[in-house]
Design a binder for this molecule. Structure first.
Ligand SMILES: [Zn+2]
Length: 490
């Protein structure tokens, strides 16, 4: 008998945490954070309390109340049970979006984590850019020992050398190469999504095959990957399928080439700067805007974090993306607290002191960095990545007439995001960039693609999750109305 319990992604998009139990083997499928639920309680100005993070999140129903799975140092500190032995044999990561990995840093370090090479690269980027990352590095919580920033190089380390950083038990698999965890045999398949490394799984259990789609789409640059996964999944004659359903009631399926063509039309012969906002770690979209830039004799300006991601992906063998030192790429160095970048009266070492984030420090040394001043002088030469947190750079860039702004992200889904949008509009209006041009391709499959996928796999039981509209899956008679925390057997 095999059991499934859903602790996230139930009637909501994201936050997947699925417990699978089979003959005494227990694994989690993803351990993500749900943004919406988290924002119901916390804001930027009232963040989660680090001193009580696990107990607070359990209290608020954001983390499952299961003994023996959370970090023992945190549990001890938070007066939670920390003596119960670990009973979890592994965690399969579908992809490294926060709604699938966001709560991993609360888990015990002896739970083995299984990831694709590209997911590991994205997690490496988080580790390097977010001081509280802890996705694969793990530092004990000990009051009295503060985190300090290292003067040079790779990120944040503990102040005291006795209190070293350890690595989590990270296992990088290769696609379509089965591996075993206890009684389970797991085969990971590449799928196409808006993040490199997205994986779907076929899991052989003692009750038959279980398929977990993670997040996927069939209209992207790599639709073949998703098709191949579905083909193998259907051949395995699955007993149960856990599917995502983000856009189950949406028929639209614009592709990356749609984004490229529409953006190119807008850019054609324009004399001002082109600015694009797209998900920072979506390298498929980065490639789309890279191609758009080259087609229009422009250079793509990216952030240091994106340059680092290109390098990390290059190091795991991804070869379809431009290199961070490509002649059509520049790395933007924004002004920091002193704002002295590009001013020749200051020596290099002083300028370097203005950059505290390890990524920026590292890429500051690169030959292809660019400043706002340089962009301002030759606006027609650049297509620049700019998200909501960088809009203040417009003050230095001063977009000329015929400048454009492309919005290549999904529509806002919360009040807080609506507020952000208002602020963005103020900036765009002020600098003559309104209206923004919405040109996007979703990372999630359309409703009809999900429907055909399910029909092709034709499982005995279907568990739709990662959706706000589970009732739309009623077309499939064998669907289960998934409830939070309920144990399902097959
Ligand atoms: Zn997701």
């Amino acid at each position: 008998m095999t059991k499934l319990t859903f602790y996230g992604g139930v009637d909501t998009i994201g936050g997947n945490k699925i417990l699978l139990e089979d003959k005494g083997t227990k694994i989690f499928l993803d351990f993500g954070m749900n943004f919406k639920e988290q924002m119901n309680y916390f804001t930027e100005f009232m963040p989660m309390r680090k001193c009580a993070c696990i107990s607070d999140l359990i209290e608020l129903g954001l983390l499952p109340d299961i003994k023996g799975i959370y970090r023992q140092d945190y549990c001890k500190h938070m007066n939670l049970d920390y003596k119960t032995q670990n009973s979890i044999d592994g965690l399969l990561v579908s992809h490294a979006h926060i709604d699938h990995i966001g709560y991993i840093h609360f888990l015990r370090k002896d739970i083995p984590v299984y990831v694709s090479p590209e997911s590991k690269a994205v997690m490496d980027l988080f580790e390097n850019t977010a001081p509280s990352g802890s996705y694969h590095e793990y530092s004990e919580m000990k009051p009295g020992f503060k985190l300090i920033k290292k003067v040079k190089g790779d990120g944040y380390k503990r102040a005291d050398s006795r209190d070293g950083t350890e690595s989590r038990d990270i296992n990088v698999f290769s696609y379509e190469n089965p591996f075993k965890i206890g009684s389970l045999t797991i085969t990971p398949y590449r799928v196409d999504h808006s993040l490199p490394g997205a994986t779907g799984y076929i899991i052989e259990t003692s009750s038959g095959n279980l398929v977990y789609t993670g997040d996927l789409r069939f209209h992207g640059r790599h639709r073949f990957w998703s098709d191949n996964f579905v083909h193998h999944a259907s051949k395995s004659e699955p007993v149960a399928v856990i599917t995502e359903g983000t856009r189950i009631s949406n028929t639209e399926k614009r592709s990356e080439s749609y984004v490229q063509n529409e953006s190119s039309k807008l850019l054609n012969e324009k004399k001002g700067i082109a600015i694009a906002n797209f998900p920072i770690r979506d390298t498929d979209r980065l490639l789309t805007f890279y191609n758009t830039s080259v087609d229009n004799n422009r250079i793509l300006v990216i952030e240091a974090r994106q340059a680092m991601l290109l390098d990390l992906l290059d190091s795991v063998g991804v070869d379809e993306l431009p290199k961070s030192n490509d002649k059509n790429i520049r790395i933007f160095m924004p002004k920091k607290s002193w704002g002295i970048i590009g001013r020749c009266e200051f020596p290099k070492e002083i300028i370097a002191q203005d950059y505290t984030q390890s990524t920026e420090k590292e890429y500051l040394e690169r030959k292809n960095i660019i400043t706002a001043e340089e962009i301002r002088q030759n606006q027609e030469k650049y297509l620049m990545f700019m998200n909501y947190f960088q809009l203040n750079n417009l003050i230095d860039i001063k977009p000329k007439k015929e400048s454009i702004h492309i919005r290549s992200i999904c529509e806002p889904f919360s009040d807080e995001m609506e507020l952000d949008e208002k602020r963005v509009r103020n900036w765009l209006d002020r600098y003559g960039l309104s209206p923004a041009h919405q040109i996007h391709s979703s990372g999630h499959a359309s409703g009809d693609d999900i429907t055909s996928m399910i029909k092709e796999m034709n499982p005995k039981i279907l568990y739709p999750i990662h959706t706000e509209k589970p009732e739309v899956f009623d077309f499939f008679k064998k669907r289960t109305k998934v409830k939070y925390g309920t144990e399902y057997q097959f």
